[in-house]
Design a protein around this ligand. Structure first.
Ligand SMILES: CC(C)(COP(=O)(O)OP(=O)(O)OC[C@H]1O[C@@H](n2cnc3c(N)ncnc32)[C@H](O)[C@@H]1OP(=O)(O)O)[C@@H](O)C(=O)NCCC(=O)NCCS
Length: 178
């Protein structure tokens, strides 16, 4: 039987700092094939599968695992051109939330992409959880897309008891290149 190496290849392997690959606590891998096996986690970051399908294949998918191989977090980023990288999906397994793994994934994205992109953007609903998270990670407000959730999702998206309407974009500087 051929060994499945799809989760062991990295698009830019040398880009990883030692602490992420050899800390003995977590490692981050770039998933090339069969990304949909992480669908349950992807659906935590974006709850409509046909919306995930719009970016999953063209994006780079990163998965964070602990030392026992348990999945902690996923992120999908896309190249939006002109030095802009977009975080399309970010999710931390519910039982591992609020332990710093989301922040660690952002730090890792920053390190991995800083030489090729100047800005990381992330769109989110107007919910306390995600807005506080992005602000805590150093993002600042960028712009709003009115009615994004109403126009693009086939059911109401509810977070923190609130029905989401507009998409709020945050931005984080990755490097001083323009
Ligand atoms: C949002 C999410 C990615 C954050 O990841 P996490 O590992 O749980 O968050 P961290 O532990 O790294 O938190 C970092 C900071 O963000 C803020 N934060 C995180 N979760 C929060 C919450 N539920 N309420 C308020 N602030 C929160 C806090 O300031 C926190 O720092 P602190 O714990 O020192 O107070 C994760 O909770 C998640 O997967 N949520 C569901 C999916 C989702 O909403 N994805 C984002 C889509 S845009």
């Amino acid at each position: 039987m051929t060994k499945d190496t799809s989760t062991t290849k990295c698009l830019i392997p040398q880009a990883w700092p030692e602490s992420y690959t050899k800390s003995g606590q977590t490692r981050i891998i770039s998933v090339i094939k069969n990304k949909k096996r992480y669908l349950p986690l992807l659906l935590i970051g974006d709850e409509q599968e046909n919306m995930i399908d719009k970016y999953l294949e063209r994006g780079e998918m990163l998965v964070m695992e602990d030392a026992n191989g348990a999945t902690l977090s996923t992120a999908v980023v896309t190249n939006e051109g002109n030095g802009i990288l977009e975080l399309k999906n970010l999710a931390v397994e519910p039982r591992f939330q609020r332990k710093g793994y989301g922040r660690k994934m952002i730090a890792c994205l920053r390190e991995r992409y800083k030489d090729n992109f100047h800005t990381l953007i992330a769109g989110t609903g107007d919910s306390n959880q995600t807005v506080s998270f992005y602000k805590n990670c150093g993002f600042e407000y960028s712009h709003t897309i009115k009615n994004f959730f109403v126009d693009n999702y086939d059911h109401p998206i509810i977070e923190d008891g609130k029905t989401l309407k507009d998409m709020i974009y945050f931005k984080l500087r990755l490097s001083c290149k323009t």
